[in-house]
Write a new protein. Structure first.
Length: 188
């Protein structure tokens, strides 16, 4: 069996729901609200073990998942297109693709706005000024507005790892030390 098959099936499922939700939100002129909702939903998914259990648990029935996600959507005041999409996903036992759905919808909205996403990993949290300067530098290099998604990884020691699409720029001290270590192995 091909190991990538379940991932591609999940991506296909998420893509169909994402396309439908995106098109409905664009027709309803609620893309800006949808984008804010996706950010909030992503944070909630990262922070709440209960929400992850609701989404991924095979033990919960369709009705329980539906009631749970409807309550979450109501509490978070999600746009109707996303709220209805999540309810349909629960009815079809497809909530497990929610992380992929969030990622795909965010990408579709960014593309619609002419933006590109950049994943930035740094040793310490970036200040607002540093984030702004990095976004401006990337915009000058890429030619499009850049939305930064920042994470902190203290093992980098210093510097940044920036991923934009398929390109990666690694200026971290950890990677420089790894390169130096490999060079030293080749010499002796």
């Amino acid at each position: 069996m091909d190991v990538s098959e379940p991932a591609s099936i999940s991506s296909g499922i998420a893509a169909r729901y994402a396309t439908a939700i995106f098109e409905l939100a664009r027709e309803g002129k609620s893309l800006a609200l949808l984008e804010a909702n996706l950010d909030d939903l992503s944070v909630a998914l990262d922070d709440s073990a209960d929400l992850r259990t609701l989404i991924f648990s095979p033990v919960l029935s369709r009705a329980e998942q539906g009631a749970g996600i409807t309550a979450v959507a109501g509490k978070m005041d999600l746009v109707p297109e996303l709220k209805n999409g999540l309810a349909l996903m629960a009815a079809n036992r497809r909530l497990f693709v929610l992380p992929q759905l969030i990622s795909l919808l965010s990408g579709m909205i960014a593309e619609d706005k002419g933006e590109v996403s950049a994943e930035v990993t740094s040793a310490k949290a970036l200040s607002g000024a540093q984030s702004d300067k990095l976004a401006k530098t990337l915009k000058a290099r890429i030619g499009r507005d850049v939305k930064l998604k920042t994470t902190v990884d203290e093992t980098l020691i210093g510097g940044l790892v920036v991923k934009v699409g398929s390109k990666m720029i690694d200026t971290s001290i950890r990677s420089r030390l790894d390169s130096l270590q490999n060079a030293m192995k080749e010499v002796g």
